[in-house]
Design a protein around this ligand. Structure first.
Ligand code: SF4
Ligand code: F3S
Length: 104
C-alpha cells in the first residue's frame, strides 16, 4: 500500500484524490490518509503530491504512518474531489515536526 505521511499536514493540496482510481483517500482536519485495505498500489498518486507526502509503505520507518493511515481512514470521511489548499499551505511545506505541532 501507499501511505500519506507527515509532509501532508497543513499542506493538504488534495491533488492526490483526483487521480486515485479507487477513491481511497479520507480527510482529517489537517491531513488526508489512505485506506490501506482499499489502496490497489497503483502508485499514480505519489508524483501528484506537491509536498511529496505520499510514499510506499515499503520504505523504512513508515510503520507509524501505516498505523495512522489505517486508524484514521476508518474514522474520517471519504474525499474524492480536489478542493483549494489552505491559504498557508506553502509556509508549511517541508516544515519539520508537523506531527507533534498540528496533527489532528
Ligand atoms: Fe489510490 Fe493508487 Fe494512490 Fe493507492 S497508490 S492511494 S490506489 S492512487
Ligand atoms: Fe496531502 Fe499531498 Fe494529497 S499534501 S492532500 S497527500 S496532494
Amino acid at each position: 500500500t501507499y501511505v500519506v505521511t507527515e509532509a501532508c499536514i497543513k499542506c493538504k493540496y488534495t491533488d492526490c484524490v483526483e487521480v486515485c482510481p479507487v477513491d481511497c483517500f479520507y480527510e482529517g482536519e489537517n491531513m488526508l490518509v489512505i485506506n490501506p485495505s482499499e489502496c490497489i498500489d497503483c502508485g499514480v498518486c505519489e508524483p501528484e503530491c506537491p509536498a511529496e507526502a505520499i510514499l510506499p509503505d515499503t520504505e523504512d520507518g513508515l510503520e507509524k504512518w501505516l498505523e495512522i493511515n489505517n486508524t484514521y481512514s476508518a474514522e474520517w470521511p471519504n474525499i474524492t474531489t480536489k478542493k483549494p489548499e489552505p491559504a498557508d499551505a506553502e509556509e508549511h511545506k517541508g516544515e519539520e515536526g508537523k506531527f507533534d505541532k498540528y496533527f489532528s
